[in-house]
Design a binder for this molecule. Structure first.
Ligand code: KG4
Ligand code: ZN
Length: 348
């Protein structure tokens, strides 16, 4: 057991299509971080190919660890502990990071800690200054998750609502694909939406007319497809403008829906602090609308810097430190947990 404050933690993230490595120092903060994105590798297939993802993590993890140590001017033996993502995510991809992390820790005689990927996202805004204070409401919006969570402490999570079908990021990616945009579509669609006319189409705001904090985004891509096909036949708008207008209507609908549900969660819980994390929280339109809403509610929203909204090693190193300094560590045996509810975690 190592319950001490001064720790240098190496974090390894490999749950999907990004290999992220970082070194977090509990006294000096983030010392270095390196990231390799597999976007180009999967682009031809229009989505992540799990086997290719695993093989690429095998190729990239060790060189990225070496690079992160170099950036921080540290040697392997300067590291005090190793944190690695063990779920949720792609089983093969997770096993690469967990296998390398666990065996490296064993070979160096260091403690190791297995981290839940979404806990990493959730705590990522704490790497910023000012950092949010507990308790808060978190909106986790990534390619695989859309969840509203009441957060009382590290590991003390209560799920308030989640998507019943597609995650917000998944809906962005699928809608982008049907508009002919390259993978991964979320940021591409957001870029296209900037030139769209916000008054041309109005998409539904799913599940906002009934109580509760659940979401449903799968109908929006069908709405986008139907609009595209109908308008293409009418030929009243140029094909480029039509796609931009649909992108804008889609983004407005997702953003509006997320803002409405966040406001509801804030009011229900009487909390004035909202944290946004996960890939979709990089969306500038969403941030602006959330900030406006929180200002009206007399509260404040916190986000990770843009590069830490999507997958990265820094959030895993940080989450690892929070758990290690509370005295936790994982056994020598490791496994991957592709499905792992956030609520199953223990409070530190
Ligand atoms: O957190 P993340 O990197 O991976 C998962 O854990 O899923 O999130 C990736 C998701 C993708 O669906 C991507 O399209 C979406 O986040 N995304 C965005 C933006 N940047 C990334 N969606 C909308 N607007 C963006 N600017
Ligand atoms: Zn993620």
């Amino acid at each position: 057991m190592i319950a001490r404050d001064n720790l240098k933690v190496l974090g390894i993230e490999s749950s999907c299509d990004e290999t992220g490595i970082a070194i977090y120092d509990s006294e000096r903060g983030l010392l270095s971080h390196t990231l390799y994105s597999q976007v180009a590798l999967h682009a031809d297939y229009g989505g992540v190919v799990p086997e290719l993802a695993s093989r690429d993590h095998v190729r990239k993890t060790i060189p990225l660890i070496t690079e992160a140590l170099k950036q921080a001017t540290l040697k392997r033996t300067d590291i005090d502990a190793i944190a690695y993502t063990t779920g949720p995510g792609l089983v093969g991809a997770l096993l690469v990071g967990a296998g390398i992390g666990r065996s490296l820790a064993w070979s160096l005689g260091l403690p190791a800690i297995a981290i839940h990927h979404m806990e990493g996202h959730l705590l990522a805004p704490m790497l910023e200054s000012p950092a949010p204070q507990f308790p808060f409401i978190a909106l986790l919006v990534s390619g695989g998750h859309t969840q509203l969570v009441e957060v009382c402490q590290v590991g003390d999570y209560r799920l308030l609502g989640e998507t019943l079908d597609d995650a917000a990021g998944e809906a962005f990616d699928k809608t982008a694909k049907l508009l002919g945009l390259p993978y991964p579509g979320g940021p591409e669609l957001a870029k296209l939406a900037e030139s769209g006319d916000p008054t041309r189409f109005r998409f539904p705001r799913p599940m906002t007319d009934r109580p509760g904090l659940d979401f449903s985004f799968s109908g929006l891509k069908t709405f986008a497809l139907n609009t595209l096909q109908k308008e293409q036949k009418l030929e009243q708008i140029s094909p480029e403008q039509l796609k931009a207008d649909i992108a804008r209507a889609f983004e407005d609908a997702v953003v509006d829906t997320l803002v409405i549900k966040c406001r509801r969660a804030i009011r229900d819980s009487n909390t004035k602090t909202l944290v946004l994390a996960g890939g979709v929280s990089a969306n500038q339109h969403l941030r602006k609308r959330i900030d406006e809403m929180m200002q009206k509610e007399g509260g404040q929203a916190f986000y990770p810097r843009s590069e830490f909204c999507t997958d990265n090693g820094a959030m895993i190193a940080y989450a690892g430190w929070r758990r290690l300094q509370a005295g936790e560590q994982s056994p020598l045996k490791f496994n991957a947990t592709p499905r792992w509810p956030l609520e199953a975690l223990q409070r530190v």
